[in-house]
Write a protein that binds this ligand. Structure first.
Ligand SMILES: [Zn+2]
Length: 394
């Protein structure tokens, strides 16, 4: 057993060693010319030191894995960079997609999420950063920050199957927040992409898919993972099987997929987002919690049925503990009841308007949604992933 304290010490020692290695006459940030792998390793060790300084247990390590997947002569390189974690419970690797340029004797290395990454990716030849992945890798996405949590994601397995929620929201690295990740197992054990995107193999057993709206999803512990380097995948593309792979660190006591949600190149809390028409909810501690489908709540150990993705202009009826809600002829409780919708049903929204204020599970709202059948339901009783209108004003 290795204590956190010792790992922090080890990381500091390794960083000092790395700094000494990289100190060459041409500049403070110089790496040995021509060896992009060393330059990326040095940057990983800098990241490790920063993470260790912030008390993160997963990083702060000296074991790195750099995979250069593309090169353009001596000037450009592209690939994945991973800080391998010890094979201990609650520890996970950290990984980045990188682009690097050799200029004036130095390799300039940028990791996804950094401003220089966008600059370098834009300047790189198409053989190093393809046109279609440029948009995915550099798209700004501040939607969650604006109260918009719509993902358009299904659960990471075949629609229509039910898998066990093995672990509720927890950190990519176990206990540390944000609780970006959930653990799932069951069904045919085939792990599928939750939404279309651009896929990368970060390490054996670990796939990252970059989606639209700034989101990305990480899948770890996979057996038989596909080997991809910027491949376009669809919602439902096979990525690998659930497994116990810990090639890049951590621990897995039994087969599962550790699914992590990212936005803007960082892990974000998965709660409040929606996958397969389920909203993960945090418990009091990591790995506890539940998932909500309307008012139906499934706790850790229970089964999640994959309903498929919730569309960007759809909502799930959440009566906050009831069995159904009323559909009305207009945007308020003063309008007549013209029907009902069952709790958990999917409603398609045509447009929205303001009306009677009601309070549901997710708070108070004056917003009412006109459905595609012409009837109205209050937004207070509809989970759309957004506090505002999702398909324009009526
Ligand atoms: Zn996990």
């Amino acid at each position: 057993m290795i204590s956190t304290q010792r790992w922090l010490g080890t990381a500091t020692a390794m960083l000092l060693a790395a700094t000494m290695v990289s100190t060459v006459p041409s500049g403070a940030h110089a790496a040995p010319a021509g060896d992009v792998t060393v330059a990326v390793q040095n940057k990983l060790l800098e990241e490790a030191a920063v993470a260790a300084g912030q008390g993160a247990r997963a990083a702060g390590l000296a074991d790195t894995r750099v995979t250069v997947t593309r090169r353009d002569g001596r000037a450009w390189a592209f690939g994945t960079a991973v800080l391998v974690a010890p094979q201990e419970e609650g520890l996970y690797p950290s990984g980045w997609i990188f682009v690097a340029r050799h200029q004036r004797g130095d390799w300039q290395v940028a990791f996804e999420g950094e401003a220089t990454f966008t600059e370098l990716a834009a300047a790189a030849p198409a053989s190093v950063v393809a046109q279609q992945e440029m948009a995915a890798l550099t798209a700004p996405g501040t939607l969650a920050a604006n109260g918009d949590f719509r993902t358009g994601m299904r659960l990471p397995f075949t629609v229509g199957q039910s898998w066990t929620l093995r672990g509720g929201p927890h950190g990519w690295s176990g206990s540390p927040r944000p609780f970006s990740s959930i653990d799932l197992q069951g069904g045919d054990q085939r792990v599928l992409a939750v939404r279309a995107g651009t896929a990368y193999t970060m390490c054996k057993g670990w796939i990252r898919v970059i989606h639209d709206r700034g989101y990305a999803t990480d899948y770890y512990h996979l057996w038989n993972n596909i080997n991809v380097d910027g491949a376009s995948v669809s919602a439902g593309t096979y990525l690998g099987d659930t497994g116990t792979d810990i090639t890049c660190g951590g621990s897995a006591s039994s087969r599962h997929v550790h699914l992590g949600l990212r936005q803007n190149s960082a892990y974000v809390a998965i709660a409040t987002h929606n996958l397969g028409k389920w909203v993960p909810r945090e418990g009091s501690t990591a790995y506890e919690g539940s998932a909500l489908h309307g008012s139906k709540r499934v706790y850790v150990g229970g089964a999640l049925y994959n309903y498929g993705a919730l569309g960007f202009t759809q909502g799930i009826v959440d009566s906050n503990g009831g069995t159904s809600i009323s559909r009305r002829s207009g945007p308020g409780t003063g309008y007549g009841v013209v029907g009902s919708l069952a709790d958990g049903a999917t409603a398609s929204i045509a447009c929205s308007s303001n009306g009677t204020s009601l309070t549901g599970r997710w708070g108070a709202s004056t917003l009412w949604n006109k459905l595609t059948d012409g009837t109205w339901v209050p937004d207070a009783y509809l989970y759309t992933g957004s506090a505002s209108q999702v398909n324009g004003w009526c």
